[in-house]
Design a protein around this ligand. Structure first.
Ligand SMILES: Cc1ncc(COP(=O)(O)O)c(C=O)c1O
Length: 396
């Protein structure tokens, strides 16, 4: 049996999405910017896709959504665009983010720091979420942008986006949210939350890889990251990825229509898996069930190295993740576990399990059986695990 529990890394393309994309590879393959029929025949599908995208995130208007190649590009664009627009000439000098953002935000912030931008990395509490007071205290007259994710990719914890947005409005600071792990799991409403920028990526919600988007409220000017042939109204150059855009539009509409299912069925299966794991002694899950997106579990299983667990589960066809760069020679600990203050021996034991609307009950039963088996086997040979309890700080 093959069980895919790594949906926060990427998802299966919904067959309905693929079906919509298919004609745009070998039949309607024209460049939408060309003046002949091969180009123009792609326009109705593109226009439908843009409609699906802006409705899916409840944008102010169709022009507010710009298609990119991925969320890494969208995140880079916002941070570097704000640098060129507000920081380079000295009007502002400061960006605030959290210590648990995706590397596409953190590495870009570190790059901006290396060229003189002041960056504040807000700490997170034991649930892995920032405190609003810390944000208020960090904002000053020179702050240009706050970039805080909607939901964390490791823990699934939801951030108080609406409150963050209100604080930013009050202080006159731009607010960007990386909503990659939220779309298709909770309602992401750009208008209601009044975010200025919002990033998303099709492959996280059963769309194709290599296509994402950036919402820019009221189509505000933002220096382009990619200059070139003036595509997307000059905002993002590069020949349009027609099959990708069509697929992302369809995936967005489907994701929206499955939100109730996510909260009922996906959450039920996730909770079943979580409850079963928590019956194993010395296990700990980050964050509460209801404050998380409905598909994610980040669990620490004391005495069981995350990488060892992955390897063992993989032998039985189960895909999960440690959330760390496990290709490294050294066993790396989970960065979010570290950020919440977990001690080193626990941060090495993180296992991320992420479900999707394609996950079945039979798969969850199979995963429960094999997780139990793997924990017994790995603890029996562990040099760090003894059944005597150890007190960790934060009660972990
Ligand atoms: C929260 C978050 N932001 C950004 C990204 C990057 O997305 P992409 O693969 O589209 O570049 C990911 C991917 O894992 C993510 O989880």
């Amino acid at each position: 049996m093959r069980v895919y529990l790594d949906n926060n890394a990427t998802t299966i393309v919904d067959p309905k999405v693929k079906e919509k994309m298919d004609p745009f590879f070998c039949q309607m393959y024209g460049n939408p910017n060309s003046l002949h029929q091969f180009g123009s025949e792609t326009h109705p599908a593109l226009s439908r896709a843009m409609d699906q995208l802006y409705k899916g995130i409840n944008a102010q208007d169709e022009d507010d959504v710009i298609v990119t190649s991925c969320a890494t590009e969208s995140n880079n664009w916002v941070l570097k665009g704000v640098y060129f627009d507000l920081i380079k000439d000295g009007k502002k000098d400061h960006i605030i983010t959290s210590s648990v953002e995706h590397p596409s935000v953190l590495a870009t912030c570190r790059f901006l720091e290396s060229i003189g931008v002041r960056i504040t990395y807000l700490p997170v509490n034991s649930k892995g979420v920032i405190e609003i007071e810390d944000l208020k205290n960090a904002i000053d007259d020179k702050t240009a942008l706050v970039s805080i994710m909607w939901a964390n990719n490791e823990t699934g914890m939801l951030f108080p986006v609406k409150e963050i947005s209100e604080v930013c409005k009050e202080k006159g600071v731009l607010f960007h949210s990386d909503a990659v792990q939220a779309i298709g799991k909770v309602k992401v409403d750009a208008k209601d939350t009044e975010v200025d920028f919002l990033s998303f990526s099709a492959h996280k919600f059963h769309g194709p890889k290599g296509v994402g988007g950036l919402y820019i409220k009221n189509s505000e000017p933002l220096s382009p990251l990619l200059n070139g042939g003036e595509h997307m109204g000059g905002r993002r150059s590069g020949t349009l990825n027609v099959p990708g855009i069509v697929g992302m539009g369809e995936a967005m509409e489907l994701a929206d229509s499955y939100l109730d299912y996510e909260y009922k069925e996906v959450k039920r299966l996730r909770d079943k898996l979580e409850d079963a794991i928590l019956k194993i002694p010395d296990t700990f899950v980050v964050g509460t069930k209801d404050e998380r997106v409905p598909n994610t579990i980040l669990v620490s299983i004391k005495g069981v190295e995350g990488e060892g667990m992955l390897w063992d589960l993989n032998r039985y066809g189960i895909a999960a993740s440690t959330g760390s760069a496990c290709a490294s020679e050294d066993l790396e600990s989970n960065p979010v576990m570290e950020a919440i203050g977990a001690e080193a021996d626990l941060a090495h034991t993180a296992l991320r399990l992420s479900l999707s609307r394609f996950t079945t009950e039979e798969e969850i039963d199979y995963a429960i059986e094999h997780i139990n088996r793997a924990v017994k086997r790995l603890r029996a040979i562990s040099s760090t695990y003894s059944y005597a309890p150890k007190n960790h700080k934060n009660g972990l």
